[in-house]
Design a binder for this molecule. Sequence first.
Ligand code: HEC
Length: 100
Amino acid sequence: MKLFMCVTLLCLTCSAYASPFAKGDVENGKTLIAEYECNNCHAAKVGGDGSAIFNRSSSRIRNADDMLQQITRCSGSMHLDAKEQQDIGAYLNQKYYKFK
Ligand code: HEC
């Protein structure tokens, strides 16, 4: 994880266009969220289709690292690999969180 952060920081300094999930595949992230049915569970908490959890005002997610940690907590038994986490992060960041 530390190594990953270093690499991320390095990339951020050398590219004006880098986002925290520059390597993530947004479209695949969207597909994965549907496949893993993440929002079925979130719906129990926020109602609707569950996606409202990503822009609720009580969110404690303050940066990309928080988001990744929450994705890891949420996906406990699903064992997402690093690539899947990046893809989901890229999608959520583009659509909801907008972290730089
Ligand atoms: C077992 C139920 C469950 C599943 C499955 C689940 N989540 Fe969650 N998720 C939650 C709960 C409950 C919260 C709210 C936690 C809190 O209030 O601290 C949450 C919160 C989150 C948040 C933070 C929302 C915010 O800004 O406050 C993210 C991001 C998230 N989940 C992503 C995912 C993703 C991605 C998946 C699928 C890979 C997933 N979750 C699957 C229960 C789940």
